[in-house]
Design a protein around this ligand. Structure first.
Ligand SMILES: Nc1nc2c(c(=O)[nH]1)N[C@H]1C(S)=C(S)[C@@H](COP(=O)(O)OP(=O)(O)OC[C@H]3O[C@@H](n4cnc5c(=O)[nH]c(N)nc54)[C@H](O)[C@@H]3O)O[C@H]1N2
Ligand SMILES: Nc1nc2c(c(=O)[nH]1)N[C@H]1C(S)=C(S)[C@@H](COP(=O)(O)OP(=O)(O)OC[C@H]3O[C@@H](n4cnc5c(=O)[nH]c(N)nc54)[C@H](O)[C@@H]3O)O[C@H]1N2
Ligand code: SF4
Ligand SMILES: [Mo]
Length: 712
């Protein structure tokens, strides 16, 4: 060892890759990661880790990861200095905004932003300066129905009730696969044993899913459902609670506004048609409802499979109503609201939500919770006229692979005057950029989970220092945004520049002012230094009933029948209940334990082995189409066609096929060598930007009508 080299040290840190936020134990020597393991002393995740956690090491050493800004010159990438890059970015965005108006600069924010506190704090400050109404994000291919429903019913988009998984006796899981996804809108490291514990307590886990998933396999029971039809199941379930007098709003009774109108709104649907529509008999649904109502502690939980469908908002509303009608909302063993140490909602640090405060230019579709549907992005770029998007800022996102009709978006991105990407990869989307600003890798910056402690099944807090010091010049996301902001403010002739202060300071203030803070006459209370002294994290206790005290509605009560959702029931009457169910194949998605949306495939460990980008299909359907197991098949939708290997699986509901998202890397200009060599196809070359939830614009990437044919 030379004098400048150090012996190994151990750093504890939360994994930033998915919502489970597992504690990691990272051994570092000479600024290099030696090992990554689960942190057994983390009071929340207790040593749990999945295969992705260890591969943060691969991301750290990936030679394809950018460390310095790159500019496209005659189609080739050229490294430039940070100064030149910041000037170029702001000059171009400013000029385009001046020439064509603020809305000519569009913004797309990807999922990793919510896992990166500096991007959240400083990104929003810079992006607000751009004053563009053309703001898009992964939210509208994801959890928008949860946010919208909470905004409508509880008065704040982030007052989202979370399943009290550790205390419930009965859990219905509709359209989620937590055993693989590790939980979502439910931060729950180590979810599998927690689900198994429900069974050990003598309780039940019931899964409703068009695929017999990994979660379904450990459940008490699994029921297939036709994709996109959950809303009908939920109506029949809720209606049965009313008709059988099983409704017991219990402790909620004084807090409900409009609940008495609900039965009248839903009782006249032609429930005789339910089996036709959903594939599940009315009897089964009714007995599930009776069983649910009979439990002391039960929770109904629905996630991606119900959210990203044409009726996602209605589904999430009905799920809230079922939990209310059975007295399980805001109750131990039902659903509860976390009380995070950095309390964004309580401190008023995030907006309540909104609807229709502005509309999209081309299709006149409403803004929802501060953004427009990502399904509208391509048309806003491609359709000429005043207000057309001419430039994009793409931050931590890969919409070509993650939003519907990726092919059309490629065409749109190809004709922009300017694109700035803030990303460390040249991937399927950022390859269209003119300039890429690469932030530090996750282990190279401090970390606090601003978002996920607010969605967590226990109250918990943890601050982590960086494990590695960045080499090669990359800056943290917040530093990038700060520099952009300073230059933009100069353009605006602002004299007083914001001080360069990192997100850590904001966390320190929010912690001490927060519900557990040192300032509240509690010298033992939380402060940033206390968190730094406890790198494994501090458990702040179980969730407890709190929602009724935190409601942000004008009436101070739960709005059970919001006008927009009630009106949307009419769409259903004129839609699912009247159109005959067609005999086409319906496409759904799939996640795999070794994937993380579109950006985990440049790690050899995560792509090795059997091809995972395959089409799963029921053997009877494969036969019906005349294909052998393992054959190459082409799948066609209105917008595109992809060819991949078909794999027969009894786990698929007849009439339904499944293709995972986040693949399709073998495209010209993608500079991720391992990912390209394991390219796969993109399911979002099949999903249709025209099929959205008409109320809030969420992309319906589940339940897409497709056909199969032999490859040309
Ligand atoms: N068909 C179908 N489509 C889907 C889904 C589905 O189930 N089916 N799921 C949807 C869901 S839930 C989601 S969340 C979206 C995800 O969609 P996106 O957020 O658009 O895409 P990601 O694949 O998460 O890409 C993240 C990008 O951020 C970069 N990145 C990672 N960390 C950082 C960082 O700290 N800073 C910066 N600046 N960049 C970073 C990565 O290099 C990568 O390019 O996909 C959605 N699309
Ligand atoms: N390994 C891994 N983990 C991840 C991610 C990842 O890419 N890989 N991504 C992370 C992200 S960003 C998110 S948002 C979460 C998502 O977390 P989850 O929602 O738990 O994950 P999905 O696997 O998308 O689960 C959706 C389920 O819905 C089913 N489904 C599809 N269509 C329908 C339908 O119409 N009705 C019903 N009832 N079910 C349907 C699918 O078969 C699938 O089992 O996962 C996170 N965790
Ligand atoms: S489940 Fe895996 S990817 Fe998710 S936080 Fe834990 S280690 Fe990271
Ligand atoms: Mo997501």
């Amino acid at each position: 060892m030379t004098s400048s080299e150090q012996g190994p040290s151990v750093i504890y840190r939360a994994c930033n890759l998915c919502e489970a936020i597992c504690g990691l134990e990272i051994t570092v020597e000479n600024n290099k990661v030696i090992t990554i393991k689960g942190d057994k002393d983390d009071p929340f995740s207790q040593g749990h880790i999945c295969p992705k956690g260890t591969t943060l090491q691969d991301l750290q050493t990936d030679p394809d990861r950018l460390k310095r800004p790159v500019k496209k010159v005659n189609g080739a990438w050229v490294e430039i200095s940070w100064d030149e890059a910041f000037d170029l970015a702001v000059d171009r965005l400013w000029d385009i905004g001046q020439k064509h108006g603020h809305n000519a600069v569009g913004i797309y924010l990807g999922n990793p932003n919510v896992h990166n506190y500096g991007a959240l704090t400083h990104g929003s400050q810079f992006l607000r300066l751009l004053q563009s109404k053309n703001r898009f994000s992964a939210t509208s291919v994801d959890q928008l129905p949860h946010q919208f429903t909470s905004y409508q019913m509880y008065g704040h988009q982030f007052l989202i009730p979370i399943p009290d998984i550790d205390h419930t006796d009965h859990m219905i899981i509709m359209g989620a696969n937590p055993v693989v996804s590790n939980g979502s809108i439910m931060t729950v490291p180590n979810v599998k044993p927690r689900l198994e514990n429900i069974l050990k307590r003598g309780g039940k886990v019931i899964v409703i899913d068009p695929r017999r998933t990994e979660t379904a396999k450990l459940a008490t029971a699994h029921h297939f459902i036709k994709p996109g039809r959950d809303v009908v199941f939920l109506l029949a379930f809720l209606n049965h609670l009313f008709t059988e007098n099983l409704v017991q709003t219990a402790h909620l009774s004084d807090h409900l506004d409009g609940f008495e109108t609900i039965h009248g709104l839903i009782k006249d649907f032609p429930y005789g048609r339910v089996q036709d529509i959903t594939g599940l008999s009315l009897d089964v649904i009714q007995s599930l409802a009776e069983e649910f109502a009979a439990q002391d502690k039960a929770v109904f939980y629905g996630r991606m499979g119900v959210s990203v469908t044409p009726y996602g908002a209605l589904c999430q509303w009905l799920i809230q109503l079922i939990n209310i009608a059975t007295g399980n909302l805001d109750r131990v063993g039902g659903t509860l609201i976390p009380l995070p140490a950095v309390d964004l909602v309580g401190a008023g640090l995030v907006g309540r939500g909104g609807y229709g405060r502005w509309h999209s230019r081309v299709s006149n579709r409403p803004e929802v919770c501060g953004e427009l549907s990502s399904s509208l992005m391509a048309e806003e770029i491609l359709t000429e006229g005043a207000g057309q998007i001419k430039a994009m800022v793409l931050a931590a996102g890969n919409p070509v692979l993650s939003t519907p009709n990726g092919g059309q978006l490629e065409q749109a991105f190809g004709q922009l005057d300017f694109m700035l990407a803030i990303d460390f990869y040249i991937n399927e989307s950022s390859r269209f950029a003119d300039l890429i600003l690469p932030p530090t890798a996750p282990l190279e910056h401090n970390h606090y989970d601003v978002s996920f402690y607010g969605l967590s099944v226990s109250n918990v807090t943890r601050f982590n220092e960086k494990a590695i010091t960045a080499e090669g010049g990359s800056l943290d996301d917040w530093e990038i945004y700060h520099e952009l902001m300073v230059r933009y403010l100069k353009k605006l002739d602002v004299d007083k520049m914001p001080k360069k202060r990192g997100p850590e300071r904001l966390i320190a203030v929010a912690l001490t002012n927060g519900p557990y803070g040192r300032r509240r006459g509690k010298p033992e209370g939380l402060s940033l230094s206390k968190l730094k002294e406890n790198p494994h994290g501090i458990l702040l206790g179980d969730l407890h009933p709190l929602l009724t005290k935190r409601l942000k509605t004008k009436s101070g009560k739960i709005t059970c029948a919001p006008d927009l959702l009630v009106a949307d029931l009419d769409r259903l009457k004129g839609d699912l209940f009247t159109t005959p169910t067609k005999d086409t194949l319906l496409l759904i998605g799939r996640r795999d334990i070794r994937t993380n949306n579109s950006w985990s495939h440049n790690s050899r460990r995560l792509v090795k082995g059997k091809d995972r980008c395959v089409l799963l299909i029921n053997p009877a359907d494969l036969d019906r189409y005349g294909f052998e197991d393992g054959a190459q098949v082409s799948v066609k939708s209105r917008v595109g066609c992809v060819t991949l290997t078909a794999q027969a699986s009894d786990d698929m509901m007849p009439g339904v096929i499944s293709i995972p998202h986040g693949w399709g890397h073998d495209r010209k200009g993608v500079k991720m060598r391992i990912a390209r060599a394991h390219g796969g196809v993109s399911v979002n070359d099949l999903t249709d930007e025209k099929i959205i939830d008409q109320l809030i614009g969420t992309a319906a990437v589940n339940g897409v009508e497709v056909s199969l044919c032999a490859p040309d």
